[in-house]
Write a protein that binds this ligand. Structure first.
Ligand code: ZN
Length: 137
């Protein structure tokens, strides 16, 4: 997934000030590829980079950014999943080290379109944001 993917539009759909899509290299790659040195600066960046990691099936990054209390032991990707896009609806700082992100992620699996609408909770520990859990809306 490295290489050509870096110049393509980032899967998370972030655009620059002129509405042009950012490339993966300009956007989520620096977090996904360098979690140990470049943690996502806030919960929205983490949310977006985790979506990109799902698209790129990067289990290591998803595990690393999952809060230890909720982290699954293993992560399986459904081979037939085609991710269609992410839309961040709301980003709210709810405490000094807490934040919530509401998003809609769309994907297609086995010919069926799925719309995942979730409000996710994030915590920051020792300067790093982690996904805790979320409520489906
Ligand atoms: Zn991105």
């Amino acid at each position: 997934m490295m290489g050509q993917a870096t110049t393509q539009a980032c899967a998370c759909g972030r655009v620059d000030g002129k509405g042009r899509p950012l490339s993966y290299a300009q956007c989520c790659e620096r977090f996904v590829a360098h979690f140990d040195t470049t943690p996502a600066p806030d919960a929205e960046h983490l949310m977006r980079s985790r979506y990109s990691a799902f698209v790129h099936e990067n289990a290591a990054y998803l595990q690393a950014t999952w809060h230890a209390s909720q982290r699954p032991a293993t992560l399986d990707f459904d081979a037939g999943t085609r991710w269609l896009g992410l839309s961040v609806k709301d980003f709210k700082v709810t405490g000094e080290d807490r934040a919530e992100v509401e998003f809609v992620a769309r994907y297609r699996i086995a010919g069926r379109a799925v719309r995942l609408h979730e409000r996710s909770r994030f915590v920051r520990e020792e300067g790093r944001w982690f996904y805790v859990d979320g409520d489906q809306l």
